[in-house]
Design a protein around this ligand. Structure first.
Ligand SMILES: Nc1ncnc2c1ncn2[C@@H]1O[C@H](COP(=O)(O)OP(=O)(O)O)[C@@H](O)[C@H]1O
Ligand SMILES: [Mg+2]
Length: 252
């Protein structure tokens, strides 16, 4: 299996490294292979897009990197740690302090307000004072254009607004690594562009590493590399321009 190494790696160690990772789901008596020997390295500061048709394994790969699911075989390293060797407590700490996850299904807490949803990880972290928390939460809500909706409940918001709450919640702890599963899929193009701009700005200013899945070639264009998946394997690792050409060709 060839190891796909980042061009922009500067000799630092990868923040994410998958080696021969497989994931098989069991559905009753049926085994569904979702990942079939995935190897990938992502270096700090990269802005990586994972592309591939529906069912190719994008969500599964992000779930493994985000430590919300475990591989059937292979090694998943995150921030220098072999996730298989960590205790539940250590995995919780990794998710809370190192990783921000923007799930496709948002995963917002329906009984909490927008403000409380975004504040939640900060309360768990117990690092900031009440006033620092308030400032951080309001800054994020402004950045995603939802400061006026701080008191609303998720069910009072549109899909796009909920997505923006999920983005604010993932970024509020300033994680080193942000995973986003089709972050713009439910957004109109202007809102989607705002979300990508916000991600890019954090990437540039704070060196935050982003790994996001998308179908949208416009969104892919912002990545420094596009990793294409097909049938649970990596097809190739190419530039956004190459991806645009390849996907344009496929559409014809
Ligand atoms: N919880 C699950 N149980 C059974 N099969 C699953 C589950 N999640 C995903 N799969 C299967 O794994 C494969 C990869 O799915 P997924 O990672 O969701 O792909 P993508 O995000 O690229 O659409 C698909 O064949 C899908 O049907
Ligand atoms: Mg998916």
């Amino acid at each position: 299996m060839t190891q796909l190494t980042a061009v922009s790696g500067t000799g630092s160690r990868p923040i994410v490294s998958l080696t021969d990772v497989t994931k098989t789901y069991t559905l009753g008596k049926v085994q569904v292979p979702a990942l079939r020997g995935l190897s990938l390295e992502v270096y700090p500061g990269e802005f990586i897009s994972i592309a591939g048709p529906s069912g190719s394994g994008k969500t599964t790969a992000l779930n493994l990197i985000g430590c919300v699911d475990t591989a059937s075989a292979g090694v998943v390293m995150v921030d220098g740690q072999d996730t298989k060797k960590l205790t539940e407590r250590q995995l919780t700490d990794l998710r809370l302090h190192t990783i921000g996850f923007i799930f496709q299904s948002f995963n917002l807490v329906s009984v909490l307000s927008v403000y409380q949803n975004v504040e939640f990880p900060l309360l768990l972290q117990r690092k900031l004072s009440a006033s620092e928390r308030q400032q951080r939460v309001m800054t994020l809500l402004e950045q995603v254009g939802l400061d006026k909706h701080a008191k609303h409940r998720p069910n009072e918001l549109s899909g796009g607004q909920r997505q923006r709450v999920a983005v604010a919640r993932a970024l509020v702890t300033r994680p080193k690594l942000v995973l986003a599963d089709e972050p713009t899929a439910n957004l109109d193009s202007v809102t989607g562009q705002n979300i990508i701009d916000l991600m890019k700005e954090l990437n540039r200013k704070e060196g935050t590493t982003f790994i996001f899945s998308t179908h949208d070639t416009k969104v892919m264009n912002h990545a420094n590399a596009v990793v294409r998946l097909a049938d649970g394997k990596i097809l190739d690792r190419i530039t956004p321009a190459e991806a645009q050409r390849a996907m344009g060709a496929e559409a014809h």
